[in-house]
Design a protein around this ligand. Structure first.
Ligand code: FES
Length: 150
């Protein structure tokens, strides 16, 4: 099936099976490999992207369910003020260790700050609870989000 998607502000067409998860469309069809495959079951958050501004797990979202929604990935989030502030905060305090989960972490953090511009500690803990980091960089992630919130 042919699908036309809006990804990071650009229209992109793909010809894939309806059940193909958005993650594989991004990575294998469009070369946007910043979103990572972790669990493939919607549990770890490594594949998080924005779908109409909401953080969503692209590993468990079939392409046929995307419709006309606007997709933003880690490759495009830096074009938003929140994304820019988060990327700077991430670098300033050197959040990443192995780095594998960090694209998903930043996408969840961006959705959190877009909805709650001045989050408290509890907002951050609950907003980020679906993103797992095997290196346990949670303290630095929380600090970077607070710094980015200003
Ligand atoms: Fe999608 Fe883990 S790879 S939630």
């Amino acid at each position: 099936m042919n699908y036309t998607l809006t990804i990071n502000g650009k229209r992109r067409s793909v010809d894939v099976a309806p059940e193909m998860p958005l993650l594989w469309v991004l990575r294998n069809e469009l070369g946007l490999v910043g979103s990572k495959f972790g669990c493939g079951m919607g549990v770890c958050g490594a594949c998080t992207v924005h779908v109409d501004g909401q953080a969503q797990r692209s590993c468990s979202l079939p392409i046929s369910d995307v419709g006309t929604a606007k997709i933003v990935t880690i490759e495009g989030v830096g074009a938003t003020p929140v994304g820019q502030r988060l990327q700077k905060a991430w670098l300033d305090i050197d959040v990443a260790q192995c780095g594998y989960c960090q694209a998903g972490q930043i996408m969840s953090a961006a959705a959190l700050l877009q909805q709650t511009p001045k989050p408290g500690h509890e907002d951050i803990v609950s907003g980020m609870s679906g993103n797992i980091c095997r290196c346990a960089t949670y303290d630095r992630i929380q600090k970077a989000i607070l710094n980015a919130a200003g």
